[in-house]
Write a protein that binds this ligand. Structure first.
Ligand SMILES: [Fe+2]
Length: 399
């Protein structure tokens, strides 16, 4: 039985992976060889297998044909003038990574064929071909099968990447929804504090906005730190929800005993929120919001850098808001007078760096925040605007 007969009888296999070419395979092969006799012989061999061929006498012509028409495989000689077989291989791999590429070597340069495979060739054939046509057929079949697997893997990987991207997007949206839910929850809690402590109406809202303004101007803070400062400032007095009306709303000065009860609001607030994961860092600000730079604050008498930066920022915002707000026992101080007090107490009660940041922010900025907060409250829109502020902060970082 000749090689061709063997091929014909064996080619009933339907899978190229079986090592033989299926009869139904409608493929076109480009034969590249500077020797026309070799080209013709190989073309005749492939024609008997039912494979159509296009011929090129040089690497340059081969590249032109590959560009001009669809081809499934290249069988190229390695030794050619001009563009060599190896150079053609490199170029074909760059331009047509999915095309089958077989190299042809003589019996004396098999090592070159092996090197070609290391460089991306799918297989190598040894001249003369007439020894066994089945070898050519099997080589083509293996290479086609390999390429098909490569394409399937690539398609699978691409599909996998698309799936991962889609699921990542879904996860982001879900997280965003959860964050918005957090914002709503925090918003309601803050509003409850302001309603409870009516003499300082809008206080939580204003110190929240003042603190964000200073935190952004201070710089060097990560997005999550800004968010924690915003949350901590917004909820700083949450512990006051547990203080009795008789003490919280007392118009006159507190007795020592009442003051001690009132001061418990930092511990109560801290205990209320520290177990909530997304408020755990804000809880530290709540706990330290009455600490002062010189150690004169409470409850722990922390000094300077011992105090969380969010609480140091808050201390300035809190004092500024208290001085510029009307109280039952006195009228609000002018903005300039309030700024002078903070300037005088810089380095004592207040972190000098934070105080400096505060003093460098134009007075119009504070006036605008106060005016807009009052307007929002009057029209009952403050809740929505603060949720947007919190959400915007989370998205833009320091924007
Ligand atoms: Fe407080």
């Amino acid at each position: 039985m000749t090689g061709l007969k063997a091929l014909t009888s064996a080619s009933s296999g339907s899978e190229t992976g079986s090592g033989v070419l299926p009869q139904s395979l409608n493929m076109r092969v480009l034969i590249v060889d500077d020797d026309s006799a070799t080209r013709k012989m190989l073309a005749a061999l492939l024609a008997q297998m039912g494979i159509g061929c296009t011929q090129a006498g040089s690497g340059k012509e081969a590249l032109h044909l590959l560009k001009a028409q669809p081809l499934d495989a290249v069988i190229s000689d390695l030794r050619m003038p001009g563009i060599s077989g190896m150079e053609l291989l490199t170029e074909v791999r760059r331009l047509h990574p999915h095309i089958v590429f077989l190299v042809v070597t003589g019996t004396d340069d098999i090592q070159v064929g092996i090197r070609a495979m290391q460089e991306g060739a799918d297989d190598y054939l040894v001249k003369p071909f007439q020894v066994d046509a089945g070898i050519v057929s099997a080589s083509l079949a293996r290479a086609l099968h390999k390429k098909r697997l490569e394409r399937e893997i690539e398609n699978y990987r691409h599909h996998l990447e698309e799936m991962v991207a889609e699921q990542t997007q879904q996860l982001r949206e879900a997280l965003s929804q959860v964050e918005r839910s957090y914002d709503h929850t925090v918003e309601v809690l803050g509003a409850a504090i302001d309603l409870r402590d009516s003499p300082t109406a809008g206080h939580s809202r204003r110190v929240f906005l003042y603190s964000i303004e200073m935190a952004k101007a201070l710089g060097g803070l990560e997005q999550h730190q800004l968010r924690n400062i915003a949350m901590g400032a917004w909820l700083h007095d949450i512990g006051k929800l547990a203080i009795s009306d008789g003490i919280l709303l007392k118009p006159g000065p507190l007795t020592d005993e009442e003051r001690q009860v009132m001061q418990q609001h930092v511990q109560i607030g801290y205990d209320m929120v520290r177990g909530i994961p997304f408020l755990a860092d804000a809880a530290e600000i709540i706990f330290a919001h009455h600490e002062r730079c010189d150690g004169s604050g409470y409850p722990r008498g922390l000094k300077a850098a011992e105090i969380p930066v969010g609480a140091r920022i808050f201390a300035v915002a809190d004092t500024f808001d208290a001085m510029t707000s009307d109280r039952p026992y006195r009228r609000a101080l002018p903005f300039k007078a309030s700024r002078d007090v903070i300037d005088q107490e810089s380095g004592k009660l207040y972190d000098p760096q934070v105080a400096n940041v505060f003093l460098n922010i134009p007075g119009e900025t504070w006036e605008t925040i106060r005016r807009e907060t009052a307007t929002a409250q009057a029209f009952g829109t403050a809740t929505a605007s603060n949720i947007q502020a919190l959400s915007g902060l989370a998205k833009s970082g320091n924007g």
